[in-house]
Design a protein around this ligand. Structure first.
Ligand code: GDP
Ligand code: ZN
Length: 462
């Protein structure tokens, strides 16, 4: 039987491993009753929403105490899924975590499918289609071959644009055909050549823009590796928390094929950021971990985008300068934080040091400047095309990208032919080749069905 969208679902939403804290997340109408059945502590049905409650997990069969836990109760609709959500924070390692999950599953929840929390967020109107697609892509890209459908959906957009290109090329070819019926007129030949050239340039630009889109598609699937760095106390954890707690924030647990991994994603103005080394900048309950410059530098290597924080309320330090230097060849956004305090930083000097990099002023504690930060990030991504330097391109895309490159080459031949004064009917051959190559991309396109398929995927709880 297909799983229902109304079931109460559960999964471990942190990396499974020894030690540390694990979280079992439960979502659905029965989330609170299910948790209550195996919990000894306050009456969860009565505690206020968005509270964390201390207690114990008890196996109701044996009355045995399984683990000491903190249980978060979050009632609909202000939760990630828009449903009642309970998170059981336990610290008993792999065995206890699994045991609690088993208890949750035997007392009324079923195992969540990969991405199902996000799917529910979408179905319940918490996030829009493009956001959930990005998340689904992210999840499936790492877990599930059937993400091909989602991929195809991205490619569906590509197909639409390509069909448009092909139509334009066909128009040019038809025009050329008509014109070379009158070869005796030099003026016509000249006009034809001029038109061909203009069109070739235009189409080439559009193909190159598409090649960039393909890269963005990859980032949308995989997330833009983002490092939050800065010297101790500058506000890294505050920024992380603010990003994660934004309404737009998407935190997913990604079930890997061999083991569970958690990566934190936030969706900032449509750009999914994969936050690097967030473990290092999280404050645990009783230790305030201060992250040194060395650790920041490590996170840098893996980053496609760097968010570098500078304290506005203090003069630049040696550490600031070191990080400014270390990031100078990276795509970076400099965040001047703590602008609610009297300014002590030398702004002119800072501006000199960061060169052309965008500078955003924030007071994270007062929630000021976060919108501007979001805008800067999406602007960088969509307008300047930050490229993800990690992972290899997916096979489907590699084929398309290859064809686009070949089509681009064919247009180079068109332009070269024109410049070398080749006869129009020879130039036409290269233009036709371009048209054929693009056709290989759209050859088997059926994107109307794709959207249906995508939705049926969502609805079946696949
Ligand atoms: P981290 O060490 O870089 O992770 O810095 P934290 O995020 O832990 O912040 C260090 C301290 O600075 C905390 O007490 C924060 O509340 C405070 N802080 C962070 N952002 C701001 C801000 O915009 N203004 C002010 N006044 N304090 C801030
Ligand atoms: Zn911190």
């Amino acid at each position: 039987m297909a799983n229902s969208e109304n079931d109460t679902i559960a999964a471990i939403s942190t990396p499974v491993g020894e030690g540390g804290i694990s979280i079992i997340r439960i979502s659905g109408d029965d989330a609170i009753p299910v948790a209550q059945k195996i919990y000894k502590g306050k009456n969860l049905a009565k505690v206020p929403t968005h509270t964390i409650n201390y207690g114990h997990i008890i196996d109701p069969d044996t009355k045995e105490e399984v683990d000491e836990v903190m249980v978060s109760v979050m009632r609909a609709p202000k939760t990630y899924t828009c449903e009642d959500v309970v998170e059981i924070n336990c610290h008993g390692g792999l065995l206890a975590t699994n045991r609690i999950l088993q208890l949750v599953l035997s007392y009324g929840a079923r195992m969540a499918e990969p991405g199902e929390f996000t799917k529910r967020a979408f179905l319940n109107g918490r996030i829009d289609l493009s956001q959930s697609e990005a998340v689904m892509d992210l999840i499936r890209a790492k877990t599930d071959k059937s993400m091909k459908v989602a991929l195809n959906q991205l490619d569906g957009d590509l197909s639409r644009l390509i069909r448009h290109l092909r139509k334009d090329i066909l128009n040019v070819l038809a025009q050329v055909e008509v014109n070379i019926d009158y070869p005796e007129y030099d003026a016509v030949e000249e006009m034809t050549t001029k038109m061909l050239k203009e069109k070739a340039v235009d189409i080439q630009q559009r193909i190159q823009a598409l090649l960039k889109t393909a890269k963005q598609g990859k980032v949308l699937r995989e997330g833009l590796a983002t490092a939050i760095i800065g010297r101790p106390n500058v506000g890294k954890s505050s920024l992380l928390n603010s990003l994660l707690h934004e309404d737009k924030a998407i935190v997913t647990n990604v079930a890997g094929t061999t083991r569970d991994v958690i990566e934190e994603y936030v969706n900032v103005n449509g750009v999914p950021l994969k936050l690097i080394d967030t473990a290092g900048i999280r404050h645990t309950e009783d230790t305030v971990e201060k992250i040194g410059v060395e650790r920041s530098k490590k996170a840098l290597d893996a980053a496609d985008l760097v968010l570098l924080l500078i304290d506005s309320s203090a003069p630049l330090t040696a550490e600031d300068r070191e990080l400014l230097t270390a990031t100078k060849d990276k795509k970076r956004i400099v965040i001047l934080n703590k602008t609610d305090l009297p300014q002590k930083v030398d702004l002119a000097e800072l501006k000199r040091l960061i060169g052309g990099a965008p500078l955003v002023e924030t007071s994270i504690v007062k929630h000021e400047g976060m919108d501007q930060l979001g805008q800067k990030i999406s602007h960088m991504f969509f307008n300047e095309g930050i490229e993800s330097g990690q992972n290899t391109v997916m096979v489907t895309n590699a084929r398309h990208i290859g064809l686009l490159h070949q089509a681009n080459d064919a247009l180079n031949d068109v332009l070269k032919g024109i410049n070398d004064g080749m006869p129009v009917d020879l130039v036409q051959i290269d233009m036709t080749r371009c048209w054929d190559l693009l056709g290989e991309i759209t050859g088997d396109s059926y994107q109307d069905e794709l959207l249906d398929q995508l939705f049926s995927q969502f609805c079946l709880g696949k």
